[in-house]
Design a protein around this ligand. Structure first.
Ligand SMILES: [Zn+2]
Length: 357
């Protein structure tokens, strides 16, 4: 396409996109010879970034009929895996520049499948779910808020070989910090924000060996008003993952009071960053978060239930037993909350139902 051509026209239900057949989102040239379809990467001659994919429409092309949609009008299906592959190729000649800017290794960026978008000249970072699928693409602008390609879901940044090795795995904030820890020779997973991504994280870590620690690393970003999003997010994330995996999860802040892992690497990494790995590990103060107790039934094939639901059931049965002849037998184990339930039953008799701390 050159600048002398008239502008493209938005498709409509009466003049559908020749590529995907939909009546919205896409653009088509007035002569019908080219189209920009954000839904279809396959067969495109050019990737126009967020605008979509430029297609040349052959004269014998037949407009497809899209399947009736059961989805909300504004969702766009994007093949992020494919898009990420295209972007990666374009990033390759520029990876050294980005590595120098961030102070991380080229190899780490390559393993994180960093891409480049010619259209708006930004580096892109794919985000994945706990199964390894690419579910979105994060755009890295030098300044300003985080942006994702339209249709993206936020996810985790990690390498295919994220769990290679024997040491702990760190769940840090964002892909740059992930690259920084990988540069130190550590296993790392990037979270999309201070408290996001924990269900993907629990999913990814579900088979992580018990003898290797999981450490959620928060940013040291205490605000003037006393709030501390990095620390609060790390504690919340560690608690959620601990609960879901029923195992101990640690949280920590970066060593030496620096803001994040990348700042530490830039300050202490030197020419041989992997030799500094143990220094980083020794500087960490780990805080353990243990999962809430789960009471397991001895009856086979019965699902374990949480202490909270066990207590709710105990209260329900206890209240039901009041004023009824017979013996109420409670064989709950120590610590399951019998006396707390007694107290709640008494409160209940007086018509009060407030929670007991
Ligand atoms: Zn289309």
């Amino acid at each position: 396409m050159d600048g002398s051509q008239p502008p493209m026209l938005r498709v409509s239900p009466l003049n559908r996109c020749p590529i995907c057949g939909h009546g919205d989102w896409c653009m088509v040239a007035p002569n019908g010879k080219t189209a920009i379809c954000p839904r279809t990467a396959e067969g495109a001659v050019k990737d126009l970034g967020e605008a979509g994919y430029l297609h040349v429409v052959h004269p014998d092309h037949v407009t497809p009929h899209p399947a009736p949609r059961n989805e909300p009008q504004n969702t766009v299906k994007v093949d992020f895996q494919h898009l990420s592959d295209i972007r990666r190729e374009r990033a390759e000649p520029r990876l050294h520049d980005l590595a120098r800017t961030l102070g991380v290794s080229v190899d780490a960026l390559r393993c994180l499948k960093v891409g480049y978008n010619d259209y708006d000249q930004t580096f892109t970072f794919p985000e994945r779910d706990g199964q390894g699928n690419i579910i979105g693409i994060l755009l890295r602008y030098p300044t300003g808020p985080k942006k994702r390609i339209r249709g993206s879901k936020s996810g985790l940044s990690y390498a295919d070989a994220w769990d290679d090795g024997t040491g702990p795995v760190f769940a840090v904030e964002g892909p740059s910090d992930t690259a920084a820890l990988m540069t130190l020779g550590l296993n790392a997973i990037g979270r999309p924000s201070n408290r996001g991504g924990y269900s993907h994280l629990a999913d990814l870590l579900s088979d992580f060996p018990e003898d290797r620690n999981i450490v959620v690393l928060g940013d040291c970003d205490r605000k003037e008003d006393g709030s501390w999003p990095g620390k609060q997010g790390a504690i919340q994330t560690a608690s959620e993952v601990s609960k879901r995996l029923e195992r101990t999860v640690y949280w920590a802040l970066p060593p030496d009071g620096v803001k994040d892992a990348r700042a530490w690497l830039n300050e202490h990494g030197g020419d041989n960053p992997t030799s500094m790995r143990d220094c980083f590990l020794e500087g960490l103060q780990l805080h353990a978060i243990t999962p809430p107790p789960v009471i397991r039934s001895f009856v086979p094939f019965q699902e374990p239930i949480s202490l909270g639901s066990y207590r709710a059931e105990m209260l329900r049965r206890r209240l039901f037993s009041l004023d009824r002849p017979g013996i109420y037998l409670d064989r709950s184990m120590t610590g399951s909350g019998k006396s707390a339930i007694d107290y709640r039953v008494v409160l209940n008799l007086f018509g009060r139902t407030e929670e007991v701390a």
